[in-house]
Write a protein that binds this ligand. Structure first.
Ligand SMILES: NC(=O)C1=CN([C@@H]2O[C@H](COP(=O)(O)OP(=O)(O)OC[C@H]3O[C@@H](n4cnc5c(N)ncnc54)[C@H](OP(=O)(O)O)[C@@H]3O)[C@@H](O)[C@H]2O)C=CC1
Ligand SMILES: O=C(O)[C@@H]1CCC=N1
Length: 267
């Protein structure tokens, strides 16, 4: 797998996270080629990750064994138009765009294209990504895709493409929900008199610790929450207020809104 050339069309935030994961896992920069319209972005990616950067999508497409389509959903149709004739025989084509269905990808790239639909997330940048894949292509294309995704963290397959909307709402967008919570924790710590750097450190390390416990412990999230919550104590005071202010309902409605937006992007 290390000899596969992995191409990216679009070198934005999510492509960078995947590239960082690949490079950390030892995939050679000379086997990664990124096409992006912005010269400054190409320069940045080459300097930071020692990858090959090009302006022309066709150049990256021709060389790629795995081609990752990493532009915005609204940019996808125009970006892939005409690329299918340049694909290597048996190339795997991985779309990471929210909402965009494999049927749409086949419509744009032809029925013969080996399409894998993936929903990654930005913690791939630090090898802690969570990716979900769906594909109607052959096993080899899923296995190759898992090589890429597992270099960046964890991956799972789903058998029903319809589940990708909920996946997108949960793990694709999910890092932003935790970052928002960290922002509020930090700002409130400052308001309560802590220096900014200390408040930021406390929010970040607490998020890391809670995340590690969620991943590593046998206990459920609810059980872990109960362990922190002494009856009549400080956590109880906070959680009572958060429930009263509707925090769980706000999160629930937010995640449902994300899932609906993913359905809308599907057209
Ligand atoms: N960010 C995230 O957390 C996640 C994103 N995704 C998906 O990843 C995809 C990319 O998102 P993200 O990285 O955030 O977006 P970005 O806007 O950061 O990256 C997209 C990149 O593609 C470039 N681009 C646009 N049109 C073309 C084209 N025709 N050919 C080549 N490159 C092009 C853009 O250039 P320019 O700026 O000039 O338009 C930009 O550099 C989206 O489809 C999104 O749904 C999935 C999971 C998580
Ligand atoms: O916000 C978005 O649309 C993309 C998809 C998931 C995360 N970012």
């Amino acid at each position: 797998m290390q000899n596969l050339t992995i191409g990216f069309i679009g070198g934005g935030n999510m492509a960078e996270a995947l590239i960082a994961g690949l490079r950390r896992a030892g995939h050679a920069g000379e086997h990664i080629i990124v096409a992006d319209p912005q010269p400054a972005r190409r320069e940045f990616l080459t300097t930071s990750y020692q990858v090959i950067s090009v302006e022309d999508n066709v150049v990256a497409t021709k060389r790629a064994d795995l081609l990752v389509l990493a532009m915005k959903p609204q940019q996808m149709k125009a970006a892939v138009a005409g690329l299918n004739v340049h694909l290597k025989t048996d190339a795997s084509v991985i779309s990471i765009a929210a909402g965009v269905s494999t049927a749409a990808m086949h419509e744009w790239l032809g029925e013969a294209a080996n399409i894998v639909r993936v929903m990654p997330n930005t913690p791939a940048l630090v090898a802690a990504g969570m990716s979900v894949l769906f594909s109607d292509a052959g096993e080899i294309h899923k296995v190759r895709t898992e090589y890429l995704l597992n270099a960046c963290g964890e991956s799972v397959r789903v058998e029903r493409e319809g589940q990708m909307h909920a996946v997108t709402a949960l793990s694709g967008s999910g890092p932003a929900y935790f970052f928002l919570l960290a922002e509020v924790l930090q700002a409130t710590g400052e308001k309560l008199g802590l220096p900014a750097d200390l408040a930021a450190k406390l929010a970040a390390q607490t998020a890391l610790g809670a995340g590690k416990m969620l991943v590593e412990s046998d206990r459920t999230a609810a059980e872990l929450r109960h362990q922190v919550t002494s009856p009549g104590g400080t956590t109880q005071a906070a959680l009572d207020m958060m429930y009263e202010m509707g925090l769980p309902d706000a999160v629930r409605k937010g995640v449902i809104a994300a899932s609906k937006r993913s359905e809308e992007l599907a057209g």
